[in-house]
Structure formats: structure tokens, C-alpha cells
Design a protein around this ligand. Structure first.
Ligand SMILES: NC(=O)c1ccc[n+]([C@@H]2O[C@H](COP(=O)([O-])OP(=O)(O)OC[C@H]3O[C@@H](n4cnc5c(N)ncnc54)[C@H](O)[C@@H]3O)[C@@H](O)[C@H]2O)c1
Length: 246
């Protein structure tokens, strides 16, 4: 088996989406046994089949469904060594336009799901004395919502705090917890939903002059999973083409 995965089990949420799927592809290429989790069962199954991964359709934002899905994965594939908390929904509404229901929904998908799955995965990772958790954050959280609305921005800011908190509590067990803060990844929003004029206006703001490829996101995940990255924990890696430095 090629790559550094060595048959270890990796779970990616939001795996039927652009960035999650690129990550699942990278993980299978690196020799991981990959569980692709997504709420969209119809899209997920053929995508998982195409890369030799394993599809598990469930709602990561529902604590009972998340636990049942997690247990099904462990039963089918074995203990999870890598968890990529990537499922997310976008809301561009600022505070006054955000309803309480929308706020709760965004928090549930973007933040609560990462907590539910991390708390399930950590005991096994600690027993193995090896684990890697990678959380998908966003430039939005560092920029006061430059690229998104209030609920989304807050959910990603809390994702950073969750990353730091989990990193500290699990560091002595061989488990690292890190995050990635992307901006303007080339997803259907960019390629299909924007007009050419809107695309050009956005490109002008990005110093490197192009959008981020989903494979570049997957490469950041790979970096955190590498055996040589075991000393890096509680790091948020910027992936923003020079839009923001910190
Ligand atoms: N695209 C960008 O430029 C960008 C920038 C910063 C951060 N992000 C973050 O990256 C992640 C992936 O984004 P993407 O652009 O690939 O989006 P996407 O919409 O292509 O993928 C998200 C996936 O999550 C799934 N999902 C949604 N709710 C779910 C639930 N309750 N349970 C299980 N699965 C669920 C969707 O079905 C979808 O397949 C998200 O967390 C997003 O907030 C994206």
C-alpha cells in the first residue's frame, strides 16, 4: 500500500461536497480506509464507489444520528485515527437578517457536529496513542465576516476555539487537533453561481489572482496528517491567497 495512511481509518464529513471529496480522494491515495459521511445519500454513494471509499449517509448535526453513524463506521471499518470535520453550510445574512432558526441550524451543522464526532473519536484515538483531527474553519472568522454572514462567521470562530481546546486536552496522548482557514475555494458557488462580473471583482481582491483549488485544501489536510506533523497542534493554517495575514 502506497502513502502514509497504512490502512488507518479516516472519516471525512461533508464528503459529497467539493472540498470534502477532494480530501477523501487524497486520503484514499495515501492509503487510508476512508469513510465518506454526508447527508446527501444519493450523491455520496457513487462518489465513494468511484474512489474505493465507504459511504455513510447521516446528519452530522443531529447528536443521535451522528453517534449512530459513527458507531456504524467503527463497526464496519475499525477505530478511527483521522477525523476531518468539514461539513458546513453557508449563510451570508448579517445579524439583523438572521433568524434564530437559521442561527441554530448554522451552529448545529458547522460547529456542533464537530463537537459530537470529536467527543466520540477522541477516546479511541487516545487508546491508540495516535489521532489527527482537522477542522475546516474559514477566513470569515478572522475578518469579521468579510466573506460570510454573522452566524457562519461565529460558527467558524467557535470552531477555532474548539480546535484549541481539543488540542490542549489531547496533546499528551499523541493526538493533534488543527484547523484550516480557507477563502474562495473553487466550488460551484464560484464556478456556477457567480456572474463573470462578480468573479472578476472577487479575483481583484485576492493577491495571488486566482481561486483556491479544492486539491490545495486537501493538501493542507495531508500536511497535518503526515507523521512528521506530530509536533504541530492547535494551529490554524491560512489558505487565502494573501487576502489576510496574521
Ligand atoms: N468554499 C469555500 O470557499 C470555503 C471557504 C471557507 C470555508 N469553507 C468551508 O469548507 C467546508 C466545505 O465547503 P464546500 O465549499 O466544499 O461546501 P459544499 O457545499 O460543496 O460541501 C458541504 C457538504 O456538507 C454536506 N452537509 C451539509 N449539512 C450536512 C449535515 N447536516 N450532515 C452531513 N453533511 C452535511 C453537504 O451535503 C455538502 O455535501 C465547509 O465547512 C465550508 O464552510 C468553504
Amino acid at each position: 500500500m502506497s502513502g502514509f495512511g497504512g490502512g488507518r481509518v479516516a472519516l471525512v464529513t461533508g464528503a459529497a461536497g467539493t472540498m470534502g471529496y477532494a480530501t477523501a480522494q487524497m486520503l484514499t491515495a495515501e492509503g487510508f480506509a476512508v469513510a465518506l459521511a454526508d447527508i446527501d445519500a444519493a450523491r455520496l454513494q457513487p462518489m465513494a464507489n468511484a474512489i474505493g471509499g465507504h459511504a455513510f449517509a447521516f446528519d452530522v448535526a443531529d447528536p443521535e444520528a451522528a453517534e449512530a453513524g459513527y458507531r456504524e463506521i467503527v463497526k464496519a471499518l475499525g477505530p478511527i485515527s483521522v477525523l476531518v470535520n468539514n461539513a458546513g453550510i453557508l449563510s451570508n445574512n448579517k445579524a439583523a437578517e438572521t433568524t434564530p432558526a437559521e442561527w441554530r441550524k448554522v451552529m448545529a451543522v458547522n460547529l456542533d457536529s464537530a463537537f459530537y464526532l470529536s467527543r466520540l473519536a477522541l477516546p479511541g484515538m487516545k487508546t491508540q496513542r495516535f489521532g489527527r483531527i482537522v477542522n475546516t474553519c474559514s477566513l470569515a472568522m478572522k475578518s469579521g465576516g468579510l466573506t460570510a454572514g454573522t452566524a457562519y462567521t461565529t460558527s467558524k470562530g467557535a470552531m477555532q476555539a474548539l480546535t484549541f481546546s481539543l488540542a490542549r486536552e489531547s496533546a499528551s496522548f499523541g493526538v493533534t487537533v488543527n484547523g484550516i482557514a480557507p477563502a474562495y475555494v473553487k466550488t460551484p458557488m464560484v464556478t456556477e453561481q457567480l456572474t463573470e462580473e462578480q468573479r472578476q471583482a472577487l479575483l481583484k481582491q485576492i493577491p495571488v489572482g486566482r481561486f483556491c483549488e479544492p486539491e490545495e485544501f486537501a493538501h493542507c489536510v495531508r500536511f497535518f496528517l503526515s507523521p512528521l506533523s506530530g509536533f504541530i497542534t492547535g494551529e490554524i493554517l491560512d489558505l487565502n491567497g494573501g487576502l489576510h495575514f496574521d
